[in-house]
Design a protein. Structure first.
Length: 108
C-alpha cells in the first residue's frame, strides 16, 4: 500500500489528515530519524507516506530500531527520494531511477 500512495502525483488530503492523527507519539521519532539519515528535512509532500510507514513500523512492538541505519530506514529514505524525483521531474524519470527498483524489490 505505501508504494501505491507514494506514486500519486496529486495530493490526497486524507493522507495529510491521517498524518496529523495517526501514530502521533512516533511522529517526531520517525521524522528525526529520517532527517538524521538524509541530512536534511524533506518537504512533507515528499516524505508524508514514508513517515507514516516508518511510524507504523516503530509502533510495531516486534521490532527495535537501533541508532544505526537499517533496511527499514533505507526503504523509507528511498521512498522519499523517489517521491522527490516524481514530483520535481516526473514519473518517467522517477520510474527509471534505481530507487524505484529498490523500493519495489524491498516489497517482495
Amino acid at each position: 500500500m505505501e508504494s501505491t500512495y507514494n506514486t500519486y502525483v496529486t495530493d490526497d488530503k486524507t493522507i495529510y489528515k491521517n498524518y496529523e492523527e495517526t501514530f502521533i507519539p512516533f511522529g517526531q521519532v520517525a521524522k528525526s530519524r529520517l532527517m538524521g539519515f538524509l541530512g536534511y528535512e524533506p518537504k512533507l509532500e515528499h516524505s508524508v507516506v514514508a513517515e507514516m510507514w516508518l511510524r507504523h513500523m516503530i509502533a510495531n512492538d516486534t521490532i527495535d530500531l537501533p541508532d544505526a541505519m537499517t533496511s527499514i530506514d533505507q526503504k523509507a529514505a528511498a521512498m522519499i527520494k523517489y517521491r522527490e524525483i516524481l514530483l520535481e521531474s516526473g514519473r518517467a524519470i522517477a520510474d527509471s531511477s534505481p530507487l524505484f527498483r529498490l523500493t519495489v524489490s524491498q516489497q517482495l
